[in-house]
Design a binder for this molecule. Structure first.
Ligand code: G3P
Ligand code: MG
Length: 248
């Protein structure tokens, strides 16, 4: 059955500030908040010394001032990097944030969070365990964050570590065993590439008692259609066009 106490809104700012700020930074979260968003999604992984910080890619090349696998570096090294200039000179000096700093920002703004567990390859279970443990600690006086991952291993580890934290399973391609997977992981939601969604699939997923998050929806007409079809949440980069005002 659908959980009636579902606390999350219909629109989620992707990577904090969508395409308006350097993704997965505190500046991005400030931006999402500035545009009136009440929930943000971001990607979390481990440094070599097991600090949890925000980064989408396995490597640092695209979104920071250096190259290489992010998980190979300690936090002492990672915290020195510039994570803003790649996006714009206006964000020069912006840092990679720790999950603890992000939690503090969420508390300050009253923001809800979708923590996407994005493990470095080979560290799926450890990342799931440590992110779930930290999320339960940092968010203990706030609404619990929704944990999600493409990695079943990461979600299984999170489930074992903190069974009460809500979990969503991410699918980029359609998987026929989605129902068994979400049942085994005791997920509350299925998070899908919006292109996978058809009215029939939406109906089947909702019949299974799961909420649906569609990503990454950047066209307002598309967003309206998906919400009308029964999608519960949309993750968007167009935080300026698709927001709480839009969801009605
Ligand atoms: O969690 C939704 C979305 O962020 C998943 O894809 O690659 O943008 O992390 P990605
Ligand atoms: Mg993500």
């Amino acid at each position: 059955m659908i959980n009636e106490k579902w606390p999350y809104p219909r629109i989620v700012a992707h990577r904090g500030g969508g395409k308006l700020a350097p993704e997965n930074t505190l500046a991005a979260i400030d931006c999402g908040h500035y545009y009136g968003h009440t929930m943000i999604e971001f990607d979390a992984k481990l440094s070599a010394d097991q600090q949890i910080f925000l980064l989408h890619d396995d490597t640092l090349t695209r979104t920071s001032s250096t190259q290489g696998v992010a998980g190979d570096l300690t936090w002492d090294r990672l915290k020195q990097l510039d994570a803003g200039t790649w996006f714009s000179n206006k964000f020069r000096g912006e840092k990679l944030p720790l999950l603890s700093e992000v939690a503090e920002r969420c508390r300050r703004y009253g923001l809800l969070a979708n923590i996407e567990i994005k493990p470095t390859t080979g560290l799926e279970a450890l990342t799931g365990t440590l992110v779930a443990r930290a999320a339960a600690e940092y968010w203990q006086e706030m609404t619990m964050p929704l944990l999600s991952s493409f990695s079943r291993q990461a979600l299984q580890a999170a489930q074992q570590e903190q069974p009460d934290l809500p979990r969503g399973y991410l699918m980029h391609e359609w998987q026929d065993d989605w129902l068994r997977t979400t049942q085994q992981l005791e997920c509350v939601s299925l998070h899908l590439n919006y292109r996978l969604l058809t009215p029939t699939r939406i109906h089947q997923i909702k019949q299974a008692g799961l909420r649906i998050l569609a990503y990454t929806v950047n066209d307002p007409c598309n967003a309206i259609e998906l919400l009308e079809q029964g999608v519960d949440m949309l993750c968007t980069d167009r935080i300026d066009l698709i927001g709480p005002h839009f969801a009605g």
